[in-house]
Design a protein around this ligand. Structure first.
Ligand code: ADP
Length: 243
């Protein structure tokens, strides 16, 4: 359902992505692992053109967009198929939790407020925050804010949710509640691509693990292929350092 073909990305003279190939099937839970600076976040942001690749092709759900010739409309159409969960939640501080979740569906998707509100309340229930519907983000813990971030992403009914290190800004005791919500939505069959340092989570929840280093995909495979018999020395070294 998603294909990245030969994605390259430079910031000024620095080439960060050096030809990324990636294939994701519908319903896949893909974890992207790799050392800091290897290009994981940039790769994720190139999927929805938050960063525009220097060259290469992104395909989501039969819409193929060539980074070199992409029009504004191509990019908007592609973005409609995705939603993103950010490391720092990126909630609107002056809007309530419920308003945060309803904003995208109403403003971007032009959906009807009543229907959107019903869905938003359902999603709040799903992430365990029904009692916070009218609270402002500043009154929530980091874990709660990130659960709102996930509900907000789900409200867009995306083909794929892109998670950019969703737990790395959280205090350790708040990581579990966010991972629990992610586990729950993974079981519902939504396609997820997750940049993460949570090795246990990657191992337990994903069906594809991608190891990146130096702006390329070094190898990808099932969790047991990558964690128990990695083919490449670089993968082995990375995993060893963590244990
Ligand atoms: P990772 O997610 O694996 O830690 P990133 O994709 O965040 O890696 O970053 C890869 C490299 O690209 C880093 O060297 C980073 O400094 C650089 N980089 C990322 N975003 C930008 C940007 N907007 N401008 C300049 N350099 C950037």
């Amino acid at each position: 359902m998603i294909r990245l073909e030969n994605i390259e990305k430079s910031f000024g003279k620095t080439q960060v992505l050096k030809g990324i190939f990636l294939e994701v099937q519908k319903g896949d839970i893909v974890s992207i692992l790799g050392p800091s600076g290897s290009g994981k976040t940039t790769m994720l942001r190139c999927i929805n053109f938050l960063d525009k690749a220097t060259s290469g092709m992104v395909t989501i759900d039969q819409l193929s967009v060539d980074a070199k010739t992409a029009t504004k409309k191509d990019i908007l159409d592609l973005r409609k198929k995705t939603a993103m969960v950010f490391q720092n939640y990126n909630l609107f501080q002056h809007k309530t939790v419920l308003e945060n979740i309803m904003e995208g569906p109403i403003i971007v998707q032009k959906r009807e407020a009543k229907e959107v509100k019903a869905q938003a309340l359902e999603l709040l229930k799903k992430v365990g925050l029904s009692h916070k519907a009218d609270a402002y983000p500043s009154a929530l813990s980091g874990g709660q804010q990130q659960r709102v971030g996930i509900a907000r992403a789900l409200a867009m009914n995306p083909q794929v949710i892109l998670f950019d290190e969703p737990t790395s800004a959280l205090d350790p005791e708040l990581v579990g509640e966010v991972l629990d919500v992610m586990r729950k939505i993974a079981r519902e069959g939504i396609t997820m691509i997750i940049v993460t340092h949570e090795m246990n989570f990657a191992r337990e929840v994903s069906n594809q693990v991608v190891f990146m280093d130096g702006g390329i995909v070094v190898e990808s495979g099932t969790p047991s292929e990558i964690f128990t018999k990695p083919k490449h020395e670089r993968t082995r070294q990375f995993l060893q350092r963590l244990t």
